[in-house]
Design a protein around this ligand. Structure first.
Ligand SMILES: NC(=O)c1ccc[n+]([C@@H]2O[C@H](COP(=O)([O-])OP(=O)(O)OC[C@H]3O[C@@H](n4cnc5c(N)ncnc54)[C@H](O)[C@@H]3O)[C@@H](O)[C@H]2O)c1
Length: 355
């Protein structure tokens, strides 16, 4: 990282995520948070308590020449309007995910950023998640042979969080909240477009938005990826399962518990059958310990501040944004197609050729 001037940044929407950024950036020292604007007076007061300037209006924030950049951390239905206005005001932009509620909204944002010469960086922070990087490392290492299926599950037991996340108008629902991360991860791991997509939303909890979904992506090389989110699952499911021709890996959780299991082949390996319900099977029996070897899950150590460091470099014209707007748009488009698949209960194919 070169020795660049720290950026002065103001925050739009000083809620949960904005405070997370504030705490992280306060330690990092390359972006100085100076002010906020929030429509809720309590949040304005909370910002003043942190010695931040609480602007009386969004216009006042945008017209402050001291501010180099803004962080948009409002509910999702405000991202487009604020990003376009910030670009017009000449401010570089970090925008929380999902960048917008649709690909066409995002086009307005990228066009404005381009026209006014500012950086638009979308906070797809889960590209630096250790569990995701471990999954990639295992799949790409060849240890499991040819990979034919990957399951990416994120399940919670506490329903949809309160407030705007329960309403469609504000951009609520789990596809926009978590789907955007998990689909982004898969599309950055597997760069070619899938050949088919099928998605079903769940609305088990009775809100006007999805409380979970199951999406299936199929690829030309035979890989199937299942992405599943649920907010009403009371059993603990693994975060990742990677199925290869020569073994299986399970990453249980965010802390990288799990193992890589490789079968031992050879004439001395006896396939042992089991009693299974009201019958007997060899086919569906797991291997006994004596005929498998186990390896530990790798433990990547990503630089979790890389996003912020890159943003500062990009704002100074030294680097390209590490999250490309093309990759962000693609995921927004895929989420639209997931919605279409669910609505029409249909497999999407032709639309995937040109994402
Ligand atoms: N990247 C991540 O891991 C991650 C995690 C959580 C949230 N997020 C994203 O961050 C954004 C905010 O989520 P959150 O959890 O902080 O929500 P939140 O409800 O905690 O905070 C939103 C804040 O925006 C304020 N607000 C609402 N409308 C506004 C407006 N028009 N102008 C200014 N302020 C306004 C609210 O008063 C509130 O203080 C969302 O886009 C969400 O998807 C990202």
């Amino acid at each position: 990282m070169s020795d660049l001037k720290a950026l002065k940044m103001s925050i739009l929407g000083y809620g949960g995520m904005a405070q997370y950024h504030f705490e992280r950036l306060s330690k990092l020292g390359i972006i100085e948070i100076t002010g906020v604007f929030d429509t809720d007076e309590k949040r304005q007061e909370a910002a003043r308590n942190k010695k931040l300037e609480a602007y009386p209006s969004v216009e006042a924030l945008f017209s402050d020449v001291k501010t180099d950049a803004v962080l948009i951390a409002t509910p999702n239905d405000w991202h487009r309007e604020y990003a376009v206005a910030a670009a017009k005001a000449g401010k570089h932009i970090i925008c929380e995910k999902p960048a917008a509620m649709s690909a066409s909204e995002f086009d307005d944002m990228t066009e404005a950023a381009q026209r006014y010469g500012v950086i638009l960086a979308v906070h797809q922070n889960r590209r630096w998640d250790k569990d995701y990087l471990a999954m990639r490392e295992i799949a790409e290492s060849g240890v499991l042979g040819k990979i034919y299926r990957i399951d990416s599950f994120v399940c919670g037991a506490n329903g949809i969080p309160g407030g705007w996340r329960k309403t469609a108008k504000a951009g609520g629902g789990m596809m926009l909240d978590w789907g955007v991360h998990l689909i982004d991860q898969i599309f950055n791991f597997k760069r070619e477009n899938p050949t088919s997509l099928y998605c079903r939303y769940s609305k088990a909890l009775g809100f006007d938005v999805d409380d979970g979904f199951a999406a299936k992506f199929e690829y030309a090389d035979g890989l199937t990826v299942n992405v599943r989110v649920d907010t009403n699952t009371f059993a603990k499911l693994p975060r990742w399962i990677i199925y290869g021709r020569d073994g299986t890996a399970v990453i249980e959780d965010w802390d990288l518990n799990g193992k890589i299991i490789l079968p031992v082949y050879g004439s001395e390996v006896e396939i042992v059958g089991i009693e299974a319900g009201n019958g007997f099977t060899k086919t569906m029996a797991y291997r006994p310990h004596s005929s498998v070897t186990e390896r530990a899950i790798p433990t990547p150590s990503p630089d979790c501040d890389a996003f912020y460091k890159n943003f500062v470099e990009a704002a100074h014209g030294k680097e390209k944004p590490c999250i490309s707007t093309e990759s962000v748009r693609k995921v927004l488009r895929v989420m639209e197609l997931c919605k279409l698949s669910d609505k029409e209960n249909t497999v999407i194919k032709s639309e995937l050729a040109n994402l």
